[in-house]
Design a protein around this ligand. Structure first.
Ligand code: S3P
Length: 437
């Protein structure tokens, strides 16, 4: 795909459903008894993988027009899947479902695409093994993975070695089918959609502050989860592409409606404001137990800043698009605490650095840091960026091409559908020129 430079962006769009919340809505619906009715669910491929896996476990998951209906199997009530669960590109499906699979007395098998098969699973194998499940994986804890589950899970207290909402959620999901209380201690607070939704479905959950700014989360086993109605808010990680596109084109005036602004997800917006972006949060409200706002963005005026490492968990998926914003800012932007970016859909630190290099943007990459030197003038562009099956790399560099001197191309736009089907059409509705090359 290729993105051509445009003068400015204008108009109003709505963010697609939140990917993290959508996965959880389907999974908790499957773990509940009775019917869960979900509106606003993301129709991305990652979510369809979760839906298919839950169907294979015995849930009745169906789409009816704009809503999805789930009839669950209840906690501990999944049946043995008849075939390998193929989770495509979706790390969230793999990590969270492993908590459900490990807490049932059957053996299941999991695989994924070339990206997912490279990603570390040891981070969930370790705590789930302590709870009593057994695993066979490829070298280094990579998929394909065989999970020998147990219905006699031992509740544990587990201190996460890394700040990961996926690992936290995996353990809490396993803890639902354990006799007693399971506790996860985070080194730093990560997105809390699982905790919010557990409460919504009727689980007993306690959250207390832990040392160093993280939290201590305890869930009681064998709750009676009941089917609920749910509304999925718009995804701040997807909205980020339209917001940054407006920021980098002076004269732009864009309203992105229905953006989730959960403080544990909104780090990019705080950062852009510190860089001098003109972003107003309008009509703040609650949607499905999550804070939401409409974002009114006017283009221009970005300055380089230091982004503190402590902010990383609240914007972990947004560094590729922040690096693009930084390339258009005047001055140097220094980002730290980025080690986890190497374990995403691609090694995102290297993918971003290579994309910046291909488009003539001065930068330095460290082991867990990235420094981008902007001049305040549009970067040259003209590069072909390798996306490595990573949707956020594809979308970030297509946004870059809206403001560079020459067009920017990406080698493979197909991964965009994992999280943001309709991305090009939505952006082009604002005046962008993104098309198949
Ligand atoms: C997610 C958590 C994050 C994020 C991913 C979605 C989630 O991963 O990168 O896109 O839904 O819990 P980690 O928790 O592993 O950092």
């Amino acid at each position: 795909m290729v993105a051509r430079p445009v003068a400015r962006l204008q108009g109003r769009v709505s963010a697609p459903g939140d990917k993290s919340v959508s996965h959880r809505a389907l999974m908790f619906g499957a773990l509940a008894l009775g019917e869960t009715v979900i509106s606003g669910l993301l129709q991305g491929e990652d979510i369809l993988r979760t839906a298919a896996a839950l169907t294979a476990l015995g849930a009745d998951v169906r789409r009816e027009g704009e809503v999805w209906r789930v009839r669950g199997f209840g906690v501990g009530g999944a049946c043995e899947p008849q075939d390998v669960l193929d989770l495509g590109n979706s790390g969230t499906s793999a990590r969270l479902l492993s908590g459900i699979l490990a807490s049932h007395r059957f053996t299941s098998f999991m695989t994924g695409d070339g990206s997912l098969r490279r990603r570390p699973m040891q981070r969930v194998i370790e705590p789930l093994s302590r709870m009593g499940a057994r695993f066979q994986s490829r070298e280094g804890g990579r998929l394909p993975l065989a999970i020998v589950g147990t219905d006699e899970m031992v509740p544990i207290e587990y201190e996460l070695p890394i700040a990961s909402a996926q690992v936290k959620s995996c353990i809490l999901l396993a803890g639902l089918n354990a006799a007693g209380e399971t506790t996860v201690i985070e080194p730093a607070a990560t997105r809390d959609h699982t905790e919010r939704m557990l409460r919504h479905f009727g689980a007993e959950i306690r959250v207390a502050a832990a040392e160093k700014g993280g939290k201590r989360i305890t869930v009681a086993g064998w709750p009676e989860l009941k089917g609920r109605d749910l509304v999925v808010p718009g995804d701040p990680s997807s909205a980020a592409f339209a917001v940054v596109a407006a920021c980098i084109r002076p004269g732009s005036d864009v309203l992105v409606g229905n953006v989730g602004i959960n403080p544990l997800r909104a780090g990019l917006y705080a950062t852009l404001k510190e860089m001098g972006a003109d972003i107003a949060f309008q009509n703040e409200r609650e949607v499905g137990g999550e804070p939401v706002a409409d974002l009114h963005v006017k283009g221009g005026g970005l300055k380089g800043i230091d982004v503190p490492a402590q902010r990383a968990p609240s914007m972990i998926d947004e560094y590729p698009i922040l690096a693009v914003a930084a390339a258009f800012a005047e001055g140097t932007t220094h980002m730290q605490g980025l080690a986890e970016l190497r374990a995403k859909e691609s090694d995102r630190l290297s993918s971003v650095a290579a994309g910046l290099a291909a488009n003539g943007v001065a930068h330095e990459m460290g082991a867990d840091s990235l420094t981008v030197h902007g001049t305040g003038a549009p970067p040259p562009g003209g590069g072909l960026v390798k996306t490595h099956l990573d949707h956020r790399i594809a979308m970030s560099f297509l946004v870059m091409g809206l403001g560079t001197r020459e067009p920017v191309a990406v080698d493979d736009g197909s991964p965009i559908d994992t999280s943001f089907p309709g991305f090009a059409a939505l952006m082009n509705g604002l005046g962008a020129g993104i098309e198949a090359a």
